[in-house]
Design a protein around this ligand. Structure first.
Ligand code: 2PG
Ligand code: MN
Ligand code: MN
Length: 561
């Protein structure tokens, strides 16, 4: 149900069907909890999940599936898997906005990118000195895509850039583990082709994304330090003359354990005299080519801020720096960017804060920004400090999460229950990272354990909602844990290699469940059946409705009849 808003007014009208609840609404995002039929590689169906299973009995009125990938969340096509950024943007804003991947595609395909201010800012340095390109070497389309990187360096070469250095973070998280090597081979070949046109283009440094550069939400600055030292200073314990050899050597099993693309230690590529071939010098240009913000905000700060105390930079070269996008709109970070980022305004968070709704938002470091920054349209600060409390539980540092699948779920549950019972909050919003973070390791048994644990947490939360006579809305942001194996596109059969399944570490294209309930849910509140393609964005207005307001006209439709 919707109503027209009056110009830019944020005033919401009362909902004639659902009156303002006296008791809190609990909103839970199970990160990476998709829906797929039972299968030996479905960690969710194989886990012990009585609580989430029982919710399916509410179908179709109180349980349904939502589209969480592709065009429903503003990605270029329905071949694009969902991810946390676009998922939480859609959930929290109640809108479908063209996301970074799509905006960068357009800017590069049309060539407009090279006419805009960001490119103009770096051009003098890029043509006189070296152009450094730092980012995720990936086909995944979550943080970056290789075809975009190639269009960028080819375009730069066509526009007079003579020296290019690429600093590669290996993935294995948005694409299959092991693909870093063929992708590095492709990159080296493409850079060599530029050599034939007189451009000196090489790979200069790299490392696995989980231990090099791509930390997020200030979980562990050491990750960024390692990256800064390798990319900017040309310092790392591992030195190689050839980037493909670097990966082959560094990926060899250590202490009997395989080294995944995500955890390749930082390395530097040298010239024939073992000197780094691409440390950043005064007068150079640097571009971060990721379009997604969360995992490059910290590196952007290290490159851009004069006053910086997170680690000793040793040297801070005088460079011209631009992001592929502006990664933080409030901090205006970086100041210069190649493509204007998606503008997300008038989100549900802003409406609710401006209509006096109090909110407690909580997760652990790995995902805290998901239920705050991404949820509120890429805005880190609360809209109203008095009404909104953001609580971060510190995540474990520097471990693959299959070593501890429960992560901080017990603490998050405890804090959410306290918030529900405190009487201080009308909305309690949390994210459980486990199905996603453990799913990304490709470890099936650990992911099953993660899902069992999270289901038990949800059970406790629902008991608390029952106790306080509140309402709950449980959903997810995209699939991950429900499919842990690579499959043949046509037959859907698991792909095997050497008698072992090829594990899937990435997100999926599957839909996600949503369930509503609790003693506070009015009898009349039920899901409508007539929406053509219900998706994550429909959740925002549903929350607005459940909190007793009509949904404003700039949002997509509510799921409620
Ligand atoms: O870890 C991340 O950065 C992405 C995968 O690249 O996962 P999510 O979108 O769930 O945060
Ligand atoms: Mn996610
Ligand atoms: Mn993920």
């Amino acid at each position: 149900m919707g109503t027209m808003t009056n110009g830019s007014s944020f005033k919401l009208e009362p909902n004639p069907k659902i009156k303002k609840p006296e008791k809190p609404l609990l909103v839970v995002v199970l990160d990476g909890w998709g829906e797929m039929e039972d299968d030996e590689y479905n960690a969710i169906s194989r886990a012990d999940t009585p609580c989430m299973d029982s919710m399916k009995k509410g179908k179709p009125d109180h349980w349904m599936l939502l589209k969480a990938h592709g065009t429903a969340v503003g990605l270029p096509s329905d071949d694009d898997m969902g991810n946390s950024e676009v998922g939480h943007n859609a959930l929290g804003s109640g809108q479908v906005v063209d996301q970074g991947a799509r905006l960068v595609d357009r800017a590069l395909e049309s060539g407009e990118l090279f006419d805009w201010d960001g490119w103009k800012h770096i051009t003098p340095a890029a043509t006189k000195g070296t152009l450094h390109l730092i980012g995720l070497l990936s086909d995944g389309g979550v943080h970056s895509r290789y075809d975009q990187l190639k269009l960028l360096f080819d375009g730069a070469a066509e526009r007079g850039v003579k020296r290019i250095r690429v600093h590669t973070l290996t993935d294995g998280r948005d694409c299959e583990d092991g693909t870093s090597i063929p992708l590095m081979e492709t990159l080296c070949k493409d850079l060599q082709a530029l050599g034939e046109k007189g451009v000196d283009a090489r790979v200069a440094s790299g490392g696995g994304r989980m231990c090099t550069t791509m930390d997020r939400y200030e979980s562990d600055w050491n990750v960024v330090k390692r990256g800064y030292y390798a990319h900017v200073l040309g310092e790392a314990d591992n030195r190689f003359k050839d980037p493909v050899e670097a990966l082959k050597v560094l990926k060899k099993p250590k202490n009997g354990k395989p080294v995944s693309d995500q955890w390749v230690p930082a390395f530097v590529i040298t010239d024939d005299d073992w000197q780094p071939n691409g440390a950043v010098q005064d007068g150079d240009a640097v571009v971060i080519f990721n379009f997604r913000a969360d995992r490059v905000v910290e590196l952007s700060k290290a490159l851009e801020y004069k006053n910086f105390d997170k680690f000793d930079r040793k040297q801070w070269p005088d460079i011209k720096f631009a992001g592929m996008m502006q990664y933080d709109g409030e901090l205006k970070l970086p100041k210069e960017y190649l493509v204007p980022p998606p503008q997300i305004s008038h989100t549900t968070g802003e409406y609710l804060a401006k209509n006096g709704v109090s909110t407690f938002a909580c997760s652990e470091s790995q995902k805290i920004g998901h239920v705050t920054f991404f949820w509120n349209g890429n805005r880190a600060a609360p809209f109203d400090k008095k009404l909104e409390t953001f609580h971060e539980v510190p995540s474990d540092q520097n471990i693959p999460f299959n070593e501890k699948p429960a992560m901080q779920s017990a603490k998050i549950t405890k804090l959410a229950i306290e918030a529900l019972k405190s009487g201080k909050y009308q909305q309690v919003r949390i994210n459980f990272p486990n199905p996603d973070m453990v799913g990304h390791t490709g470890d099936l048994d650990a992911t099953i354990e993660a899902c069992t644990t999270v289901d038990a947490c949800v059970k406790k939360l629902i008991e608390a909602v029952e106790e306080v006579k509140g309402t709950y809305l449980i959903t997810a942001d995209h699939g991950n844990a429900e499919d842990m194996v690579q499959r043949d596109k046509k037959t859907k059969k698991a792909l095997m290699e050497g008698g072992k399944p090829r594990m899937l570490t990435s997100h999926t294209l599957n839909p996600v469940p949503i369930a509503i309930g609790g003693p506070g849910l009015p009898k009349e509140a039920r899901f409508r059946a007539d929406l053509k393609e219900p998706g994550l964005a429909n959740v925002g207005p549903t929350i607005v409705n459940l909190l007793g307001f009509q949904s404003p006209s700039n949002l997509v439709e509510s799921l409620l009849a």
